[in-house]
Design a protein around this ligand. Structure first.
Ligand code: SAM
Ligand code: SF4
Length: 470
């Protein structure tokens, strides 16, 4: 591979030996855990060393303390909102050969497809007709999927309308681009650009991403979101694929990555994702580093405490029961009504694994998940306001302070939920939703804001307005 251009002064900020020493034979120190939790409750991001102390805290008492703290922090920073989105796979051609993925190029039995323009229209219409407002477009890495192509796809998605149906925020999960590529994507109006490092551990990275492939270049991928920032994309998402290497190392890698972006740009990632490897067509599962459900909960709670203001995404890879359990420890976004087969939103029936990247665990419809969330006292939100109001990057961080939720997030969650219920909700979901909206409105302290939100909800129900936000 010819070397590709990195960001100015790029450094490999992941020191395997240093991170390994932090998780090797580290004794649990309950006093220190208590102090670190206290720091986190002040909403201060933790250092990598502090996170290592939380990772070492494996006793039942410490684990319960971590869980309780993560629950409380989530409540204080995010309230009971859960932002809802759906993934939309655009094309599964791929020049890489990642061992864990059914799209890898050496797997001849995978059915390959790129959505045509007409198919893209149909998929987006189906998503809008279910009630979605936020999508993440997913691409394999292929010469056909140029930044210009991705930008045209984003623009097409925004242009597709169906009555009150429209997509208001389009995020992307795709391969890292060069500076020019990120500028092209930014100009198309994307929200978050997500790149998962998969594993931060260099040796493991080389084992699962063959050297002669694009993705085999660890440094280029690690530097991807730094280039994004330099190119003006200040809304980025990081992630690790849990199950490739020791989960504790990956947590430290994610925290180190987040801190690196904060140090360099004054602002960390907007979101962190923590997918666990799922069974996939043509993939031999290596069980050695599989993360147990208990450790999965711990890692979510520890990440919550480590980066109090970063959004955390839990996907439909996980089954419904696990999602319900894990959500309370700090998740702020989930996908719903998910289909990952190419053109899968217009198809009914079981997953066909030779057409999909992996097996998902939660096949429930959007409406079912909405109802379930509300029964568990969450308020599902389709809010897209921050990015449309320019509250991203550093600005987003400035706003993410006390008062932000009351003034922006809760009202926007109420308004977007009211729209969903009016336009797409089933009778049962509507009943549950109306009750939760009443409760949330009653909880708005500021009387002027409360009255204004009530008036706007009334106007949505009377069908006189849509898309009003703070
Ligand atoms: N091709 C782009 C790339 O590699 O960056 C897009 C990523 S892929 C379509 C989305 C993510 O799915 C990957 O980054 C990886 O973390 C995850 N993934 C791949 N295979 C998986 C599996 N078997 N189980 C769970 N997640 C998987
Ligand atoms: Fe291609 Fe991404 Fe799958 Fe790797 S994870 S084979 S890059 S689609």
């Amino acid at each position: 591979m010819t070397p590709r251009t990195l960001s100015k002064g790029a450094v490999d900020f992941i020191d395997d030996a240093a991170l390994t020493s932090l998780i090797t034979d580290r004794p649990e120190d309950p006093m220190r855990v208590r102090d670190i939790i206290a720091k986190s409750m002040q909403k201060e991001p933790l250092t990598v060393e502090e996170v290592a102390d939380l990772l070492a805290a494996d006793s039942e008492d410490s684990t319960e303390a971590l869980f309780a703290a993560a629950r409380q922090l989530k409540q204080e920073v995010y309230g009971n909102r859960i932002v809802i989105f759906a993934p939309l796979y655009i094309g599964n051609h791929c020049i890489n050969d990642c061992h864990y993925c059914a799209f890898r190029r050496s797997l001849r039995t995978t059915v390959r497809k790129t959505l045509t323009e007409q198919e893209l229209d149909q998929q987006v219409l189906a998503l809008e007709q279910a009630g979605h407002k936020r999508l993440i477009l997913v691409f394999g890495e292929h010469p056909n999927y140029t930044p210009e192509y991705m930008a045209r796809t984003v623009e097409q998605v925004y242009s597709i309308k169906d009555g009150h149906g429209e997509i208001r925020r389009v995020n992307i999960n795709a391969a890292p681009l060069d500076h020019e590529g990120f500028k092209t994507i930014k100009a198309a109006g994307i929200g978050t650009y997500q790149i998962f490092q998969e594993t931060y551990h260099h040796d493991t990275y080389s084992q699962v991403h063959p050297a002669q492939t694009h993705k085999g270049d660890y440094a280029y991928r690690l530097d991807g979101l730094t280039r994004a920032y330099e190119a003006g994309c200040d809304d980025v998402g990081i992630g690790a694929l849990f199950g490739l290497y020791d989960w504790r190392f990956e947590v430290l890698g994610l925290v180190a990555h987040s801190r690196y972006l904060v140090d360099r740009f004054g602002c960390g990632p907007h979101t962190i994702s923590f997918p666990r490897i799922r069974p996939a067509h043509g993939v031999e599962m290596d069980e050695q580093h599989m993360v147990s459900d208990r450790d999965f909960k711990r890692l979510v709670a520890i990440l919550r405490l480590a980066v109090p203001y970063t959004g955390m995404i839990l996907t439909a890879r996980e089954p419904a029961e696990i999602r319900r359990e894990v959500m309370e420890f700090g998740v702020s976004q989930i996908d719903a009504g998910t289909r990952i087969e190419l053109a899968g939103y217009t198809k009914h029936g079981e997953q066909e694994l030779n057409r999909e990247q992996f097996q998902i665990g939660d096949m429930r419809s959007l409406d079912e998940i909405m109802q379930d969330l509300m029964q568990h006292n969450y308020i599902p939100s389709f809010c897209t306001s921050c990015y449309r109001q320019g509250r991203t990057g550093e600005q987003f961080m400035e706003f993410a302070v006390p008062g932000f939720i009351e003034n922006f997030c809760t009202p926007n969650a109420i308004l977007t939920l009211a729209e969903y219920l009016e336009d797409y909700g089933s009778a049962d979901t509507k009943a549950a939703g109306i009750a939760i909206i009443e409760k949330e409105m009653a909880g708005i302290d500021d009387a002027t804001m409360r009255a204004q939100v009530a008036e706007r909800v009334g106007a949505i129900r009377a069908n006189t307005v849509r898309d009003v936000y703070y």
